[in-house]
Design a protein around this ligand. Structure first.
Ligand SMILES: *[C@@H]1O[C@H](CO)[C@@H](O)[C@H](O)[C@H]1NC(C)=O
Ligand SMILES: *[C@@H]1O[C@H](CO)[C@@H](O)[C@H](O)[C@H]1NC(C)=O
Ligand SMILES: *[C@@H]1O[C@H](CO)[C@@H](O)[C@H](O)[C@H]1NC(C)=O
Ligand SMILES: *[C@@H]1O[C@H](CO)[C@@H](O)[C@H](O)[C@H]1NC(C)=O
Ligand SMILES: [Cu+2]
Length: 161
């Protein structure tokens, strides 16, 4: 007597759809005074793309620095007598919750004029469905949708007695 057992096990698809490039990015910032002064932060800002809902994570030791947001005018003048927001406990996670400019500095005496100041321009996330070719060479523009399909071969087990 023959018994034929066909076992077909087909795993079609484990589809992993990673979030689109609009997913928020966390930007770590070592919030200190750099020897090269403000050019450190302007260089960092110009090399990085910031989108709405991205976060800046300012890492510093509480009591040695703080994070304040100021107006453009006070940013340029390093005037920290009238801040909009102040965060004194490090690390500080700040959500860039809109497009446009954000101006950060440290309110400890002279830290701003020593270059501890960071201006951030938050721009709309580019649409992945745009028909226009991207003019950007940004590495952040990689499409992140990944589909993984796992297929196990059909198993045929024939048992004879
Ligand atoms: C930012 O986050 C808020 C709240 O989580 C959400 O409503 C909004 O759509 C997000 N904006 C973008 C551009 O992703
Ligand atoms: C934050 O700064 C402290 C001291 O400067 C350092 O030891 C620590 O590794 C930093 N943490 C991160 C996440 O960079
Ligand atoms: C700093 O800014 C405040 C408020 O904006 C203003 O009243 C003050 O005069 C400014 N100080 C200097 C030295 O410009
Ligand atoms: C962004 O956050 C600030 C501070 O929490 C808040 O005052 C402001 O209304 C927020 N803006 C938007 C567009 O959500
Ligand atoms: Cu400081």
């Amino acid at each position: 007597m023959h018994k034929l057992i066909n076992m077909a096990i087909v795993f079609v698809l484990v589809a992993l759809q990673l979030p689109h490039s609009t997913e928020a990015t966390e930007h770590p910032v070592d919030w200190i005074i750099y020897p090269e002064g403000a050019s450190f932060y302007s260089s960092f800002a110009s090399k990085t793309t910031f989108k709405p809902n991205d976060t800046l994570v300012f890492n510093f030791t509480t009591g040695t620095h703080n994070v304040v947001t100021v107006s453009k005018k006070n940013f340029e003048a390093c005037n920290v007598s009238d801040v909009m927001e102040a965060f004194n406990t490090g690390p500080v996670t700040f959500t860039l919750n809109r497009t446009g400019m954000f101006y950060f500095t440290c309110a400890f005496p002279n830290h701003c004029s020593l270059g501890q100041k960071l201006s951030i321009d938050v721009t709309k996330a580019s649409s992945s469905s745009s028909l226009a070719p991207s003019p950007s060479a940004s590495r952040a523009a990689m499409p992140l949708a990944v589909t993984v399909t796992v297929t196990l071969p059909v198993l045929i087990v024939a048992l004879a007695t």
